[in-house]
Design a binder for this molecule. Structure first.
Ligand code: UD1
Length: 426
């Protein structure tokens, strides 16, 4: 298994080009299943999760071709997906267990084919993560769903019908699943307390291009008019705000000075506010924004919340940054119940963090020391890389496959800015 070795102490200088968003791209790819017309996606990041989604969609019968992209600054791929015919309505355990986002095929399959058999995703490193909201929403639209042999088995022989559904809890995945199902349902669907993440907006904009009328884009109430047929469309995936925020924190950690090309500050308001309060300077540029800092870092308190709040997917990275700040920082995780697995690993590098229920109290230390550390999930693993960039000596990050799920060429992007980082194969 690959490892990444980082020798800390180098300041990051230069520029980093932000890739297309993984979390936006996965549902956009699934949206291709709604129609027999082609969907062309530009700015697709080259990531293990995208490869997994390609494998899942292919086994449902979607034809997919890839071409090198020419989208602005980023070198993302262009994918053309065409679901002329759905050849299988089963999403098997072997793929779903690798990537939870596979459950997004449930809504589109039952909407188009009147049936779907999708494996339950099962446990995951960052908490129980049930799918009850996906199921309840589809039931409200007329699907019959039962659990059989570890699979969600859904049926709607006469098709789905538009409905009003109020999410009892904000869920990104369930909002996406229901939006896609609603696109082919008979009549109007109103989704209340819907997630407002930029990835939802990206999906809504793509569905609109595919001919689905949607009102309330960017708000907590989405009104979706079902159509008989969706059209062909071309859509460029929104830049990855989580990758952007991650690099902003890495740059701040090393007191570096880097332009994040394609980075969108407007999608990162809560994180930008916390970074500024911590002493980081973020200046908008023509191509994105520049990150640097004039003075030391101060501890700030952060609480994760649904968008537009501070993203849970940047919590671990912010914690890594706070381990070196002056003073204390209280980091509260309200979205996932066990998302502090990076804490014992950061402690191995000399961080001072105490967990009290859903909060972690980080007391800044004057130095971190390199160590062997274990990645447990995607964002936890990148937080250890951030810590490694500022640690004395060598840090070796094990189980790098977590990182490869969501960060395109991380070691290349950091090395180009002067980091001493390399991938050790095997
Ligand atoms: C997505 C993101 C993930 C991010 C998360 C929260 C993708 C591929 N993944 O995950 O990176 O961390 O949003 O911003 O886009 N919940 C239920 N029942 C459900 C569904 C969710 O109780 O049916 C709970 C979850 O356990 C969690 C909370 O709702 O506590 C939010 O989860 P959700 O927004 O659904 O996350 P994902 O869509 O899985």
């Amino acid at each position: 298994m690959d490892r990444i070795r980082i020798r800390g102490g180098r300041q990051l200088k230069g520029e980093i080009v932000v890739s297309g968003s993984k979390n936006a791209c996965l549902p956009l790819m699934v949206a291709a299943m709604l129609t027999d017309k082609p969907l062309t996606l530009k700015n697709v990041p080259r990531l293990a999760d995208i490869t997994t989604m390609i494998a899942l969609l292919k086994q449902h019968g979607v034809e997919i071709s890839a071409a090198p992209g020419e989208n602005g600054h980023s070198h993302g791929t262009t994918l053309t997906l065409r679901a002329d015919r759905i050849t299988s309505t089963t999403a098997p355990y072997d793929i779903v267990r690798k990537m939870r986002a596979s459950v997004l095929v449930l809504g589109p399959l039952v909407a188009r084919e009147g049936e779907a058999r999708v494996s339950l995703p099962g446990g995951c490193a960052i908490g129980a993560r049930p799918v009850d909201l996906h199921i309840a929403g589809l039931k409200a639209m007329g699907a019959e769903i039962e659990i059989d042999g570890g699979y969600m088995v859904a049926r709607a022989p006469k098709g789905l019908r538009g409905a009003r559904y109020t999410f009892p809890k904000v869920s990104v995945g369930a909002t996406e699943n229901l939006m896609m199902a609603a696109a082919l349902a008979k009549g109007t669907t109103v989704l209340d307390n819907a997630a407002r993440e930029p990835e939802i907006t990206d999906l809504a904009e793509c569905l609109s291009k595919m001919g689905v009328p949607i009102l309330g884009i960017g708000t907590e109430t989405l009104i979706i008019e079902g159509v008989e047929q969706l059209k062909a469309a071309t859509h460029a995936v929104v830049p990855d705000r989580i990758e952007t925020g991650t690099y902003a924190m890495a740059i701040a950690m090393t007191a570096g000075d880097v332009e994040l090309v394609g980075g969108r500050l407007d999608l990162l308001e809560a994180a930008a506010q916390s970074l500024r309060a911590a002493g980081v300077v973020l200046d908008k540029t023509n191509r994105g924004f520049r990150v640097h800092r004039a003075n030391g870092l101060h501890g700030v308190d952060v609480m994760t919340e649904p968008y537009p709040g501070f993203p849970t997917d940047l919590q671990a990275q912010m914690m890594a940054l706070m381990t070196r700040a002056e003073g204390a920082s209280m980091i509260t995780e309200t979205i996932f119940e066990s998302r502090f697995m990076h804490v014992p690993e950061l402690a191995r590098m000399g961080a001072n963090v105490t967990i009290h229920h859903e909060s972690a109290l980080v007391r800044g230390v004057s130095r971190l020391r390199g160590a062997d550390v274990m990645a447990t999930d995607l964002r936890a693993s990148v937080s250890l890389a951030i810590a490694g960039l500022a640690a004395e000596g060598d840090t070796t990050l094990h189980r790098v496959y977590h990182l490869d799920r969501g960060y395109e060429r991380l070691e290349e992007k950091l090395a180009a800015c002067g980091a001493d980082i390399e991938r050790l194969k095997g």
